[in-house]
Design a protein. Structure first.
Length: 430
């Protein structure tokens, strides 16, 4: 949960500083070092500002010749940013170490956001985060709301709580969904302490033990018997295990949940996704690939409720509306116990459009949602039926507002599927 922070300050160039109060600057260098070049330059003492940002701010590199004059200029440049209480030089062998003491020990931010989405309409958001909200603990809070859905999430995270480099966090949240195309309302609240560890290899593992309340309410009188059977509230403990691996051009993530611990109805829910980018023409043409899928099943007791089954997303299977494919009973979409969606997109940088950088892509999306433990005696078709679509996507910034647009045409579909041929997303944060 730790964020990247950059120094946002205006300062003079080091070249301009070298001639400023020459003799005084020489006396201001707070350590002594042998002049010369070093094989590498590192930064120590920084907790919030990234080392690469600190070095880039004053153009510091191993190409520098660390004479007293040069170090004085570096010291003056870094101090002028207003981010540090002190800057020291500590050469050791072939490494020059710059030791900084950050002034702001509790950096944070507050953002108010507005989004316009072709599916969810107008969405408002409020986000807050602060490092050292509590001693050595990062805290965050996010509130989002639209006409049909609202959510709240809070989190705390502290590094190196346990031996071996294990961090500890606490997530809590609530969701309230009232979609017009569903025959019920859904509410969920959860509280989950977890431990996590990140590795230099790009891997990250998490283990959580939580408690959640899941309620299906206000079921329509004419709703499917399967939805009526799922109505009511369930409160129970659960466990979560996750693994993530990230490299520069691709990433993989897998999650495993076991819901209903301590009850007679235990459900296993698995989800994984992998995405990658292959450069075909440097900085011009990329092949973007994505594959994601999931499976939910009962370990003991009743089958997974509709709120734990999978539904399609209009953002991943473009050309079809969210909750628009899969098993259904009359007009009620029931979700599926399995889903799989894949996408291949050729994306090209087209330079500037409306005065800003833009990219355009042609894509093919393929996917399906299928499988139910109860098909009402075979009256519900839960078979695997693939859907596919082709389309064009455009991404750009308009006045610093991220804009994403796509048009898609389903080329393989089933009777009763809900289509969405156009998608628009615009977001702004203040």
């Amino acid at each position: 949960m730790k964020k990247d922070w950059t120094i946002e300050m205006k300062w003079e160039t080091r070249a301009a500083m070298r001639g400023t109060f020459f003799s005084l600057i020489l006396g201001a260098v707070p350590s002594v070092a042998l002049a010369g070049k070093y094989a590498q330059v590192e930064v120590r003492g920084n907790e919030f500002l990234r080392s690469e940002d600190i070095l880039a701010a004053c153009e510091i590199s191993s190409d520098d010749n660390f004479t007293s004059i040069e170090m004085a200029a570096i010291h003056e440049c870094l101090m002028s940013t207003g981010q540090f209480g002190s800057v020291l030089f500590a050469p050791r062998g072939d490494t020059m170490t710059i030791v900084v003491n950050e002034l702001n020990s509790r950096p944070g931010r507050v953002e108010i956001g507005v989004e316009i989405d072709s599916e969810d309409g107008l969405i408002g958001s409020l986000y807050f985060e602060r490092f050292n909200l509590f001693p050595k603990t990062f805290g965050s809070f996010e509130l989002r709301g639209s006409r049909e859905a609202s959510s709240l999430r809070m989190g705390l995270y502290r590094k190196d709580v346990f031996p071996g480099g294990w961090d500890m966090g606490l997530d809590a949240g609530a969701v309230n969904e009232r979609y017009d195309d569903l025959a019920y309302d859904h509410r969920r609240a959860y509280l989950e302490p977890f431990i996590a560890q990140s590795f230099d290899t790009g891997e990250r593992v998490e283990f959580g033990l939580g408690y959640r309340s899941d309620a299906i309410r206000n079921v329509d009188v004419g709703a499917s018997p399967l939805i009526k059977a799922d109505s009511g509230s369930q409160r129970a403990a659960y466990v979560r295990m996750s693994y993530a691996y990230r490299q520069e051009n691709w990433s993989f993530k897998a999650q495993q949940f076991f819901f209903g611990l301590g009850t007679g109805d235990v459900v296993s829910r698995s989800h994984a996704d992998i995405s990658g980018r292959l450069g075909l023409l440097p900085e011009k043409l990329d092949l973007v690939l994505r594959l994601e899928g999931g499976h939910v099943t009962e370990v003991k007791g009743d089958a997974a409720r509709i709120s734990d089954r999978f539904v399609s997303s209009g953002a991943t299977l473009r050309g079809f509306a969210s909750r628009g494919i899969g098993p259904r009973d009359s007009g009620d979409f029931l979700g599926g116990e399995n889903y799989l969606v894949g996408s291949a997109e050729l994306r090209r940088d087209i330079g500037t459009l409306f005065g800003t950088g833009a990219s355009v892509g042609g894509f093919v999306d393929v996917g399906s949602v299928w499988g139910l433990s109860d098909t009402l005696g075979g009256s519900v078709d839960d078979s695997l039926n693939w859907r596919a679509s082709v389309g064009l996507a455009l991404t750009l910034n308009v006045g610093n507002l991220p804009v994403s647009v796509f048009v898609a045409d389903p080329i393989r579909k089933e009777e009763g599927d809900k289509e969405q041929n156009f998608g628009l997303s615009v977001s702004a944060r203040f």
